[in-house]
Write a protein that binds this ligand. Sequence first.
Ligand code: F3S
Length: 65
Amino acid sequence: KWKVWVDRDVCIGDAICASLCPDVFEMDDEGKSFAKVEIVGEDLIDCVNEAAEACPVSCIHVEQI
Ligand code: F3S
């Protein structure tokens, strides 16, 4: 399993994460992203990695646990 989080101090609200991986990332009222699922398994890790690579400020963090 993997732990996923968004560094919200760095997020600029690009929203590509929520487009690529809507099962995990959602935009909030402040126009920033958060991980609504914080622990993901095999089924979601590919889209999480895609989102993390696509984020222009690299503020999506993924850690294997
Ligand atoms: Fe923020 Fe990066 Fe998503 S800037 S909204 S975490 S693509």
